[in-house]
Design a protein around this ligand. Sequence first.
Ligand SMILES: [Zn+2]
Length: 284
Amino acid sequence: MPEFPEVETVRRQLNETISGYTVGELWFDAVSVLRPNPEKISVELTGKKILSVDRKGKWIVINFEDTTSCLVIHLKLTGRLFVKRIDEKQAPYTHVILGLARNTICSFSENNCDTTLQFSTMRKFGYLEVMKKAELMEKFSNLGPDFYEDVTLNMFADALASRKIAIKTLLMNQDILSGIGNIYANDALWMAKIDPQTKAHSLDKGQREGLFTALKEVLAEGLALGGASDQWFLNVFGEKGGYQNHFKVYGKKGTPCTRCGNEIKYTKIAGRGTYYCSSCQHNL
Ligand SMILES: [Zn+2]
């Protein structure tokens, strides 16, 4: 599932490529990925000019001029967003195409769309949802602060202080901290030499600081490399990211730890695949 580096890569590219465009015709062949329904999206957004593209945790939020509505997108496991002309080859599993034009409300029959926003998803867990700004506030009222953008060392220490769950489980809980998922949690814990099973509240000051720094570093590295494309992720231009070539332990079961040479182990914590070095990642 895309995490901060992947979603932020898409957000930045969308903000640069579709801001200023006006929404035209909406085509779809899967009703379930358009919420609450396709008609509502068309009624609310047709003719509206895109103002900017934001991000809330792992969600993308498209803002429009002259409306209190916005379009919220979650990619989930197999979702991809592409910006491409209508005459370019479609990606497999493309289920939504939103026509966009500079100075008109375009339609596919008139062939006057300057570009399109296309959503593909094999498993159809991802979605596009139109909602009012007030509903958006409500939807995200339980979302934890964005780790990369907003969380300070003091906030991080407070988040860990009273929680007796495995540190790895805490890092991936979007209600506590948002933006971190399985790949970057695994790798940051290795960088900080912390056993993923360690209870969050039991980390000492040095471990907390080391983990905080490792998380900021690994998310920055993932973003600089355009995300991780070990599975589905592609950016809006259809290109792969590069972080999958820089995994520290994620996906490396059975290979030597690059720090100490011992074999990387694999287990599950809270149902999620966990990679770690039992030699150089310590519990207390
Ligand atoms: Zn090691």
